[in-house]
Design a binder for this molecule. Structure first.
Ligand code: ADP
Ligand code: ZN
Ligand code: MG
Length: 476
């Protein structure tokens, strides 16, 4: 039997997070009354003229910098003709043979295997409106979204498995969210993906015929959709049939793809340069300003945390899952000097009640409260167990942990005399273990420490308990 190799290339449409549309000043905000954010320009009325939104251009420039793409000194807007009710002009303003950016790349990692996937191009374009079917028996159109700025990021056919495709999407989304140009929301359609899939006999150089899977709107479906399409194509070829170049969609209910239409070719769109917009030339100053805004990307941040802060890769991954979480951790580490301990605390306590969805994450405590709390533990003012109590008391307040410690009357028993009594009590209550300890079973000290902590209801300083116990047991 022939062995096949899948070949996958992704096209991603990412909505740029501007307040207004790409060629007019209508709002891009989601959830308004249908057809309320429209004007003669985005309705395509005769006589209206497009004028480009500088913020959108800046965001597109920033995305290209983050993906190491080659900036075209001069890019051209073009009209892409097609007729569909959600596109009132009868054409979409996009870019064609002279896009904003040429080739770049995206570094991904699948189960520890690094892969550099090529990016063919990034171009700017406007979004279409939304057709809504079955509204009181009719189809209607909402043009609020028409004219919203998008970038399309076209990937090279460099991916060889659905897992690589999913990793590519995650890495791309993470970068766009990190640099603040996109909110990464697949479900709401602000980050949309088309997957091009083909298969070829293993060892063959030539690509097979590709099928385009449209608008897969969740990460869960990306891999399933691609895998099901790969299986379908292999079954066709094994049966001696041919793959037809077409556009298909994935149905999550059946787990299968179905044909939507035959694939259009570029000439079907009768592209021509948009006569109402001048060529787009990015000034050096703008490029430099956007470059400065890109800063450190998530993969670099993780690498630095692992090497400089000695975090585990898993901890680094958890703490970098949202840009605000990155900022939170860095802020704690800025004033509290034990990153590993800070990472543990944030992962177990802070993230439990954090909300990381959307563009801005929210936390129940501030970074400075966490830093102060951790310092109180290190200074021996409170025990780790007491710190959890203090944490609960400062959540959703502006209170300082030190004040809360006083308020709650919490104090670690760091007084040796008080501890000696508790330690002696535990020693007296456990003659068997004492005998074993003295006979050389050193590990039992942990047991004694545990008993003393119980005796003091977690209020003792464990390091001091350890010292006192060893002394009383005659070990030093
Ligand atoms: P279109 O807009 O017609 O889909 P593009 O050139 O913009 O054409 O996008 C082509 C996409 O298809 C790219 O992401 C590319 O990597 C991918 N692709 C091209 N050929 C193949 C193939 N044989 N198998 C899988 N993907 C392919
Ligand atoms: Zn408008
Ligand atoms: Mg395509």
């Amino acid at each position: 039997m022939t062995q096949y190799e899948p070949v996958i290339g992704l096209e991603v449409h990412a909505q740029l997070l501007t307040q207004s549309k790409l060629f007019c000043r209508c709002s891009c905000e989601f959830g308004h009354t249908p057809n309320s954010n429209v004007c003669p320009t985005c309705l395509g009325l005769p006589g209206s003229l497009p004028a480009i939104n500088e913020t959108a251009v800046r965001m597109a420039v920033r995305a290209g910098v983050a993906l190491d793409c080659a900036l075209s000194p001069r890019s051209i807007f073009a009209r892409k003709q097609y007729f569909y009710p959600d596109l009132p002009k009868g054409y979409q303003i996009s870019q064609f043979d002279q896009p904003l950016y040429g080739n770049g790349h995206l570094d991904i990692d699948v189960d520890g295997v690094p892969l550099r996937a090529g990016i063919t191009r990034i171009h700017m374009e406007e979004d279409a409106g939304k057709n809504l079917h079955g509204m009181a028996g009719s189809s209607v159109v909402d043009l609020n979204r028409a004219g919203t700025p998008l970038i399309e990021i076209v990937g090279e056919p460099d991916l060889r498995s659905s897992a690589q495709a999913a990793a590519y999407l995650r890495a791309l989304r993470e970068i766009l969210v990190c640099i603040g140009v996109n909110d990464g929301n697949l479900e709401e359609g602000s980050f949309r993906c088309d997957a091009n899939v083909s298969v070829r006999p293993k060892g063959s150089e030539k690509f097979g015929t590709r099928v385009e899977l449209k608008n897969i709107n969740s990460f869960r479906f990306v891999q399933r959709a691609i895998d099901s399409e790969i299986a379908r194509q292999i079954a066709l070829l094994d049966a001696g049939q041919k793959v037809v170049q077409e556009t298909r969609s994935f149905d999550p209910d059946t787990g299968k793809t179905r044909s939507l239409r035959s694939k259009e070719e570029a000439h079907d769109y009768r592209y021509f340069p948009e006569p109402d917009l001048p060529p787009l030339c990015i000034p050096d100053a703008m490029l430099n300003e956007e470059r400065a805004l890109v800063g450190e990307l998530p993969a670099q941040t993780r690498g630095r945390w692992v090497t400089e802060y000695s975090l585990t890769p898993a901890a680094a991954a958890t703490l970098s899952q949202h840009p605000d979480c990155v900022r939170f951790f860095e802020a704690v580490v800025g004033s509290y000097r034990n990153p590993v301990k800070a990472a543990n605390w944030i992962q177990t306590e802070v993230l439990r009640s954090a909300n990381l969805h959307g563009l801005h994450a929210t936390f129940s405590v501030s970074a400075s409260q966490v830093a102060e709390l951790l310092q109180l533990i290190d200074d021996g003012k409170i025990s780790g167990k007491q710190a959890k109590e203090v944490f609960a008391a400062i959540e959703n307040t502006q209170k300082s942990p030190a004040n809360v410690v006083q308020e709650l009357g919490i104090a670690v028993v760091a007084n040796e005399d008080a501890l000696i009594a508790a330690c002696q009590k535990v020693i007296d209550a456990n003659p068997k273990q004492v005998e074993q300890f003295r006979a050389g079973k050193q590990a039992l000290v942990g047991y004694f420490v545990g008993q003393v902590m119980k005796e003091t209801r977690g209020a003792a300083d464990p390091a001091l308990v350890n010292q006192v116990l060893l002394r009383l047991l005659g070990a030093n």
